[in-house]
Design a protein around this ligand. Structure first.
Ligand SMILES: N=c1c2ncn([C@@H]3O[C@H](COP(=O)(O)OP(=O)(O)OP(=O)(O)O)[C@@H](O)[C@H]3O)c2ncn1[C@@H]1O[C@H](COP(=O)(O)O)[C@@H](O)[C@H]1O
Length: 107
C-alpha cells in the first residue's frame, strides 16, 4: 500500500504553486486564482460522479485523484490546511460528532 497521502500532496502543491515554473500546472492554477481552480475542482467532481454512476471503477479512481488534487489547490489558495479539514471531520466522530451534527441543518 502507498504511503503517499494528502499532506504530502499538500506540501508539493505549496512548493509548486509558488515555483513560477511555466511548465507547472499547479503554478498556472495559482496564477489564475481561485475561480479557475474552483472551476477545475467542479469539473473533476462532475467527472467523478459520472464515473461512479456509470460503474467505471478505474475512471472513479482517476477522477477522484484529479478531484483531490484540485481540491487541495483550492484549499491552498484559501490558506486552509488539510489538518483543519481533518479536525472538522474528527469533531464529527463520537460524542463531539453528535453535538456537531445536531448543530448542522439538513443532516
Ligand atoms: N496530482 C496532480 C494532478 N492531477 C491532475 N493534474 C493536472 O490537472 C490538469 C487538468 O486536468 P484536465 O483533465 O482537465 O486536463 P486538460 O484538459 O489539459 O485541462 P484544461 O487546461 O483543458 O482545462 C492536467 O494538466 C493534469 O495533469 C495534476 N497536476 C499535478 N499534480 C501533482 O502536482 C505535482 C506538481 O505538478 P506541476 O505543478 O505540474 O509541476 C505533480 O508532481 C503531481 O504530484
Amino acid at each position: 500500500m502507498s504511503d503517499f497521502d494528502l499532506k504530502k500532496l499538500e506540501a508539493i502543491i505549496a512548493e509548486r504553486g509558488r515555483s513560477g515554473d511555466a511548465q507547472s500546472w499547479t503554478a498556472r492554477l495559482f496564477n489564475a486564482g481561485t475561480p479557475k481552480a474552483a472551476q477545475k475542482m467542479g469539473e473533476e467532481a462532475v467527472e467523478a460522479v459520472i464515473a461512479a454512476v456509470s460503474g467505471d471503477r478505474e475512471g472513479l479512481i482517476s477522477e477522484s485523484a484529479d478531484l483531490l488534487y484540485h481540491w487541495l489547490v483550492v484549499l491552498a489558495l484559501a490558506d486552509v490546511k488539510v489538518d483543519e479539514v481533518m479536525a472538522k471531520l474528527e469533531s464529527r466522530t463520537g460524542q463531539s460528532g453528535v453535538a456537531e451534527k445536531a448543530s448542522r441543518p439538513h443532516q
